[in-house]
Design a protein around this ligand. Structure first.
Ligand SMILES: [Zn+2]
Length: 237
């Protein structure tokens, strides 16, 4: 029986801030925790989005591929989809997302997933090239990210909302990835305008966090010296 109340996560936001980019969980294992999700690859190799059990990687150059079972992730979320229809107004833009959700329901202290599928007048997404060791930190890596703009594109957003107490474990607020139906564009989502389509929400009351306890760099790193929230805010919005 699949538990649809549960969100799984491998790694933390904090782990990638100082450049601990080793992939520590295989896609095969991540998919055992859900058919829907987002993440990044070993060495911060692109942006991942899992839709209907298919794990897509958007590489630094924007190229989209389905990754193999042994592809590994330093950070990834997955859950089993059971989205409930959520009514939003037509022509929804990213600035209206908070109000559209939180004015209707008191969800700001909870974890939940959103899924949007439909047509967007515009989307702005980004991705990064795989880094090599010694890894730069997250802020340095983000300086070389590539931004892609799409217009009149049909596709899917998978996103997770984390409340403020999760601000070092995950991204506080919404963390959203996008993939076009025709795979022409995708990545970490930073903007969208005038969405029309289906909007679903899935609430969780359980969170499973897996830490890479066999990864030497993780075990030896001193996180107390990192500006974790500052770096996540600067790079993941
Ligand atoms: Zn992302």
């Amino acid at each position: 029986m699949k538990n649809t109340n549960q969100l799984f996560q491998n790694g933390t936001g904090a782990i990638v801030v100082p450049g601990l980019f080793d992939g520590t969980l295989s896609i095969k294992e991540l998919l055992s925790h859900g058919d829907t999700g987002i993440g990044s690859g070993d060495g911060l190799d692109g942006e991942l989005i899992i839709v209907d059990g298919k794990p897509y990687k958007i590489a630094g150059d924007g190229n989209v591929t389905i990754v193999s079972d042994d592809f590994t992730v330093p950070f990834g979320n997955a859950h089993f989809a059971d989205f409930k229809d959520f009514e939003v107004k037509d022509n929804l833009s990213i600035d209206e997302l908070n109000d559209a959700i939180f004015n209707k329901e008191k969800l700001q202290n909870t974890q939940f997933a959103i899924k949007l599928h439909g047509t967007f007048q515009s989307v702005k997404v980004r991705s990064v090239y795989k880094q090599s060791k010694p890894y730069p930190n997250l802020i340095k890596t983000a300086e070389s990210e590539h931004i892609f703009n799409g217009e009149k594109v049909t596709g899917t957003i998978i996103g997770y909302y984390n409340p403020s107490p999760f601000s070092q474990i995950a991204v506080y607020g919404f963390h959203m990835h996008f993939i076009a139906d025709d795979l022409s564009i995708g990545g970490h989502l930073s903007d969208f305008r005038n969405f029309n389509g289906e909007f679903g929400i899935q609430k969780f009351n359980q969170f499973i966090l897996q830490l890479p306890t066999d990864n030497k760099e993780f075990l030896e790193h001193d996180f107390s010296k990192d500006d974790i929230e500052g770096a996540i805010n600067q790079t993941e919005r």
